[in-house]
Design a protein around this ligand. Structure first.
Ligand code: GDP
Ligand code: MG
Length: 212
């Protein structure tokens, strides 16, 4: 890791909604207590591995913030990105099959620490794949967030993988299964760009709300 925060250059040729937004990679941290300066709202990104998180970030920012591949063995680090008005706390995906018991436990502890103790955390962006019913871990982490009363923005990913007519149905089923209000849920596709503008606005609104 670099000794200095790393400026990720704007994606000038990209039409991604946040292509021109300055982003700094602050660093990777093994626990949820890292102090960030200046103080700004923080949003943690949560979802099972392969849900499309890296692709969604690339789709929003028009550049690679995170590697698109998963690296087992680095499962319990928080990657911190600084935007002008908020921080994104990118968590590794959960549910990765080839992860040892102790690593899974460490991951759970990391998320618990973040959700239960981190006072600067404003909310979460939770990613769910439109094609899959919620997994046991989806439910576990969803419950954890709900217990703390933290606001949750939900991005349902890979909408392009389903025919148009099935999307609404799947969305409704996911919302029912997880007791999510549908107006908190954004249908997205990193492939087609569907929903990315709206999601970008929702994210930035978190920063804007806390500035006043
Ligand atoms: N068709 C389609 N495939 C996607 C989409 N988002 C991600 N994928 C694919 O799903 C796989 C996992 O994506 P990735 O972004 O690495 O997931 P992560 O593990 O959550 O970071 C990759 O093969 C992506 O190309 C999407 O919106 N549409
Ligand atoms: Mg990834």
């Amino acid at each position: 890791m670099s000794k200095y925060p790393l400026l990720i250059p704007a994606a000038k040729e990209s039409t991604a909604p946040l292509a021109l937004l300055p982003v700094i990679f602050v660093g990777s941290y093994p626990d949820a207590t890292v102090q960030l300066a200046p103080r700004m709202p923080e949003i943690a990104l949560l979802g099972r591995s392969n849900v499309g998180k890296s692709s969604l970030l690339n789709g929003l920012f028009g550049r690679k913030l995170a590697k698109v591949s998963n690296t087992p063995g680095r499962t319990a680090l928080i990657n911190v990105f600084q935007l002008p008005t908020l921080y994104l706390l990118d968590l590794p995906g959960y549910g990765f099959a080839r992860v040892s018991h102790s690593e899974r436990a460490r991951y759970r502890k990391l998320v618990r620490g973040l959700v239960e103790k981190r006072k600067t955390l404003s909310g979460l962006l939770w990613l769910l794949d439109i094609r899959h019913d919620p997994s046991a871990e989806d439910r576990e982490y969803g419950d954890l967030v709900a217990e703390q009363g933290l606001p949750m923005l939900v991005a349902v990913t890979k909408a392009d993988k389903l025919p148009f007519g099935q999307r609404k149905q799947r969305l409704a089923a996911l919302c029912r299964a997880l007791a999510l209000p549908e107006d908190q849920v954004q249908l997205t596709s990193s492939e087609t760009g569907l929903g990315l503008d709206d999601l970008a606005q929702s994210l930035l609104a978190v920063g804007a709300a806390k500035e006043e």
